[in-house]
Design a protein around this ligand. Structure first.
Ligand SMILES: NC(=O)c1ccc[n+]([C@@H]2O[C@H](COP(=O)([O-])OP(=O)(O)OC[C@H]3O[C@@H](n4cnc5c(N)ncnc54)[C@H](O)[C@@H]3O)[C@@H](O)[C@H]2O)c1
Length: 334
């Protein structure tokens, strides 16, 4: 029988790519999103691939998420909905604990009262903070340096308790930096400007909007932060493998999702320039708060457990972004 997956935050950047992939794998999808940072059009564009039900709702209101489980038969949940700006979390931590941590708790409570046992959770490398060693494996100490990372670490802890005490089966995926768009140019990150470096650099290269260097100076060879970039199509494919892993093994676990290689901000800008064959002006903008010097993943654990690894190159991600922004320079309409 066709299974139904609830995707919270399915109208957002990464969630919409998960919706697309799971429809292609013939799942039925229920999207739950408050559209605070998501777009109805991201979903309506996918409606010809398969069966999607869109529910506008807010995880901070427990009755709204309870109602989903009372009225839909949900087999598994992919939980993407969150506020995701490190910089904003330094100014408004309350938004992050409310939206991300309480939101996750409300979802877990709704799941506990229903028969949905499987959860795949979008966590982040921001739970690690400054690195004690590289590459970062899943056992690395967890010392977030911003409320965004802390809100996700607290969510992870609550999920683990629901696993121990209520039988929840979960896979926690700690993403590194997500980039790219769907390779057919259909869906992508619609924020203007994006919160994400590669997206903004591509928009700068295409003269859609000016690009500003907003990273704080850090202690790396070129003075800009080093991060690990994973393409959004690779990332959502890992979610599909996580679902298979949960269904086959019934084991809960935590995995990093990265490429295993670090690139500085300046190196990413250079890659974008190379793909476009240009040199960009790089004016400096207001530095973001809550950033740290260097992080990249050890992808070994996920490779061994899922027999899968990220495959797309930075050039492929940049090319997919070029296609997405060519089709949608102003993003979605609604
Ligand atoms: N983009 C990255 O590089 C990155 C890195 C690490 C982790 N993550 C995590 O991945 C997930 C998805 O990120 P994204 O980049 O797609 O962000 P996004 O902002 O594009 O998507 C988040 C979606 O959640 C929705 N949402 C937010 N709060 C909600 C609430 N209270 N109730 C219902 N819906 C709500 C928004 O409207 C939006 O559609 C987040 O959990 C984020 O923390 C992202």
């Amino acid at each position: 029988m066709q299974k139904t997956i609830l995707i919270t935050g399915g109208a957002g950047y990464i969630g919409s790519h998960a919706v697309k992939l799971l429809l292609e794998h013939h799942y039925k999808i229920v999207v739950f999103d408050n559209l605070s940072n998501g777009y109805r059009q991201a979903i309506s564009q996918l409606e010809n691939i398969g069966k999607i039900k869109f529910i506008k709702g807010d995880l901070r209101h427990s009755a709204e998420i309870d109602h989903v489980f009372e009225t839909e038969k949900i087999d598994a949940v992919m939980h993407f909905a969150a506020q995701c700006s490190v910089d904003e979390s330094m100014k408004h931590p309350e938004l992050y604990f409310d939206n991300n941590t309480i939101g996750t708790y409300n979802l877990l409570e709704a799941m506990r009262k229903s028969s949905a046992d499987y959860l795949i959770f979008s966590s982040t490398c921001a739970i690690y903070g400054e690195t004690a060693y590289l590459p970062v494996d899943e056992k690395h100490p967890q010392n977030p340096v911003n409320p965004y990372g802390e809100s996700k670490l607290l969510s992870e802890k609550i999920i683990k308790w629901y696993g121990r005490l209520h039988g929840l089966k979960y896979v926690i995926l700690r993403y590194f930096n997500v980039c790219g768009a769907s390779s057919d140019g259909l869906i992508g990150d619609s924020k203007k400007p994006s919160l994400l470096l590669m997206q903004n650099a591509v928009r700068g290269a295409m003269n859609i909007e000016p690009f500003y260097l907003t990273c704080p100076p850090v202690d790396t060879p070129d003075g800009t932060p080093i991060r690990d970039y994973i393409d959004v199509e690779d990332l959502v494919e890992a979610h599909y493998h996580a679902l298979m892993y949960l269904e086959k093994s019934g084991c809960s676990d935590v995995f990093n999702l990265g490429n295993g290689k670090g690139y500085s901000v300046k190196e990413i800008i250079k890659k974008v320039e190379d793909v476009f064959g240009i040199t960009m002006p790089i004016p400096t903008g207001k530095p973001r708060e809550g950033e740290y010097a260097e992080i990249y993943a050890s992808p070994r654990k996920v490779r061994e457990a899922f027999d899968w690894q990220a495959a797309k190159s930075l050039e492929e991600s940049i090319t997919s972004l070029k296609k997405w922004y060519t089709n949608h320079p102003n993003g979605y309409d609604e």
